[in-house]
Write a protein that binds this ligand. Sequence first.
Ligand code: 5GP
Ligand code: MN
Length: 345
Amino acid sequence: MEIKKLIDNSTSERLRELIDNSKKISITCHMTPDGDAMGSSLGLAHTLSALGKNVYVITPDTPPHSLDVLPGIETIVIASRYPEKTRNLLKTSDLIFCLDFNALHRIDRLQSSLEESNGFKVLIDHHPYPECFADMIISRPEMSSTCELLYHVLDETGLSKKINKQAAECIYAGMLTDTGNFSYNSNNPDIYLIIAELLNKGLNKDEIYEKVWNTNSENRLRICGFALYEKMELYADLHLSLIVLTKEDLQRFNYVKGDTEGLVNRPLSIPGIYWSVFIRQDEPDYIKISMRSKGEFAVNKICEELYGGGGHLNAAGGEFRGSLEEALRLFKDYISKETIFIKQH
Ligand code: 5GP
Ligand code: MN
């Protein structure tokens, strides 16, 4: 079996030309970077470095510690810590990759620096409805992760031979995390052909699974246990689960960013629950919302309507600036007024 071709020839040829002709390349991804954002950024950086390119990975803010194991993460430039440096890097880059985001507001404080830069911008992403801010848009919402899409892009620009062990580990980490260890959006046979190629590059997939997916701090396990035991409310008629964690809850368990990663997926394992909502009060007046669903029920639409957010059909999020009570009221009003139809499984 061969990996299917995804990119048209003129795009891949143009992209290869741009890479070959550029002197300084920057790679950016969305704020609060996850495994896919960080994995694709570092995977691309390792590959381009192996080609002899001068490459910088720039993130809007600090990645969670769970990603510390990704090779090269110590080299990234974090915009919230070094605003001037990142502005300069973007200004002087002739090629800028935008990975794993579809709208400029997703890169937060990097937005103005990116807009100011004259560098050629290439978007590689799998979120639906991309904004047209880039000069070249490679958007494939049918891909399970940006890392999967990135592999195709590298392969079809003739760069897959430059993927080394470090790049393979980063790319695999993103594919693993965005599919919940290949438990959803993961029926495309190409995914496994790509993994076979990455294994041939020296990837130890069991090690990445262990480090990225199966390593938890005591606090993380306890806060997730507490959330499921004490805070999960089930609305059987709506096939809905709701978990709300207040600032006090977070403080009680010495919460650090990333501790509740994946929690929102857990209630979907209950038969009859097809919609899971997690509302977290990060600050007294800053609320983060995560939603997951099964089947055709589109949570990206709900996140957009209620909280100006977005994402994928079955995995989306948003943020709310205001009190927890107001954020909850918006949600409770929605479920009491809207006729919510969730297809039975
Ligand atoms: P998570 O629930 O893991 O934070 O995010 C799930 C998905 O929803 C992500 O892939 C991301 O694309 C999207 N998402 C999360 N938060 C936001 C947000 O505040 N705004 C938008 N537009 N998308 C979000
Ligand atoms: Mn992603």
